[in-house]
Design a protein around this ligand. Structure first.
Ligand SMILES: [Mn+2]
Length: 424
């Protein structure tokens, strides 16, 4: 399904007067509002192909109907999101769930929808039908070299698919680890993993990046072989210039100071990509900004501070991706909410007066530092984000238009009520 331009224009026309009033109110207080709006327009968040269907838990999955049945329909769904908000102009694919049968056709379809291919994701955390060796006891860490070889070859195959589609990065997330003390020799597991990653690294094209994603626990519950940012950074440093750490917001132990992690990784030039989601307890994969919006703001504050310190382009220097799963919401509505939360938080962090904050820090003026951060966080920037959308032809209220156009009802009619998208 596509949303016609005229529908977006009509929708915007209806909301324009009220929007203009709110926008003028906040714009009066923003220094160089056009520059800020351009940053918002440029900022694009990649949508993962596995988040377009209902996720579920190990207990149950309650499908919602109209889910994409193949890669073409996944691209159409993200194209629809992008038409509504013009901030989700990229797709992140997962192999083997999304192997393109005809790469040039898939590439053309994505281009028609205004989408680029962001990081490719490999999968050695599941066994696939017909696979020779099992990953039950790990993949790149495995004690058997044949299993490690199979995992390496799979990653190289993912790179090949990515090259055909025009992607420029590979994300490696390993579920490798152990469930019980004594199961694993930590040093051997690390060395095997490093050697396997090195073989994949050798196969990377010159202009590609490799993102090494870490996760504290689950599915392994005693140790994880890429368990935290320190371990990921060790691998990335040993691998070389094209290897970076990827931060997934849900992959830390409780109460970790993620903003500090982000700041130091940027300082080291080793932050490569980002997976947005939110959580209350663990890797909950909830809608971005739904549980801890202030934490997200503090992270964006460090991202901007750290990127500006190095003269990095906010939109293009890092891989920005959502990694979420939807159990009770319409996946597309959830993704619209997530992208909106990211844009709102980015806009708030852009409002922080950096010169005043640096002065407060240098003077040990703790109170002023807090005031400056909270002043930005408590500003309702939604009219700025909406104005950025309006200026590039997107909808003032993407979620409202999604509902009034009855998008889900149309997708159910087209695709059926029992479709199941491949993915988590
Ligand atoms: Mn992730």
């Amino acid at each position: 399904m596509q949303i016609e331009k005229i529908k977006i224009e009509e929708h915007n026309q209806e909301l324009l007067k009220a929007h203009q009033r709110k926008f003028d109110f906040i714009a009066a207080d923003v220094k160089d509002v056009d520059e800020l709006l351009q940053k918002l327009i440029d900022f694009q968040v990649a949508i993962p192909s596995w988040a377009l269907g209902t996720g579920g838990t190990r207990f149950a999955r309650f499908g919602g109907g109209g889910e994409p049945r193949n890669l073409e329909e996944k691209i159409e769904d993200i194209g629809l999101l992008h038409a509504l908000n013009k901030s989700s102009g990229a797709i992140s694919l997962h192999i083997p769930w999304d192997i393109p049968e005809n790469a040039s056709h898939i590439k053309a379809l994505a281009a028609q929808n205004g989408l680029k291919f962001d990081a490719m994701n490999s999968n050695t955390f599941q066994d696939q039908p017909g696979q020779e060796w099992s990953y039950k006891f790990g993949s790149m860490q495995h004690v058997n070299k044949a299993v490690r070889r199979q995992a390496v070859e799979h990653n190289i195959e993912v790179i090949r698919h990515g090259i055909e589609l025009g992607s420029e990065s590979l994300t490696v997330w390993l579920s490798d680890g152990s469930c019980f003390p004594g199961q694993l020799n930590f040093r051997k597991a690390f060395q095997h993993t490093l050697e396997s990653l090195q073989e994949v690294y050798e196969a990377l094209p010159a202009d590609w990046k490799m993102f090494v994603e870490y996760k504290a626990y689950e599915p392994n519950f005693y140790s994880t072989t890429v368990g935290d940012w320190g371990q990921s950074l060790l691998y990335a440093n040993k691998l070389g210039d094209k290897a970076y750490t990827l931060v997934d917001l849900g992959h830390h132990l409780p109460n970790a100071n993620i903003e500090q992690i982000v700041s130091l990784l940027l300082m080291e030039g080793k932050l490569g990509g980002f997976h947005f989601n939110d959580s209350k307890y663990g890797d909950d994969d909830l809608t971005v900004g739904s549980i801890k919006p202030y934490q997200l703001f503090l992270i964006f504050n460090e991202l901007i501070e750290g990127m500006d310190a190095k003269g990095m382009n906010h939109a293009t220097s890092l891989g920005w991706m959502i990694d979420a799963s939807h159990n009770v919401k319409d996946p597309l509505e959830d993704l619209l909410q997530s992208v909106e939360a990211i844009m709102v938080t980015y806009a708030q962090a852009l409002l922080v007066d950096r010169a005043q904050l640096a002065a407060a820090q240098d003077n040990n003026d703790v109170v002023t530092a807090q005031e400056l951060l909270q002043q930005a966080f408590r500003t309702d920037v939604r009219p700025l984000v909406a104005e950025a959308r309006r200026r590039c032809g997107a909808a003032l209220n993407p979620l409202g238009l999604f509902r009034s156009e009855k998008v889900r009802e149309n997708l159910v009619r087209q695709r059926g009520s029992k479709t199941v998208a491949t993915g988590l």
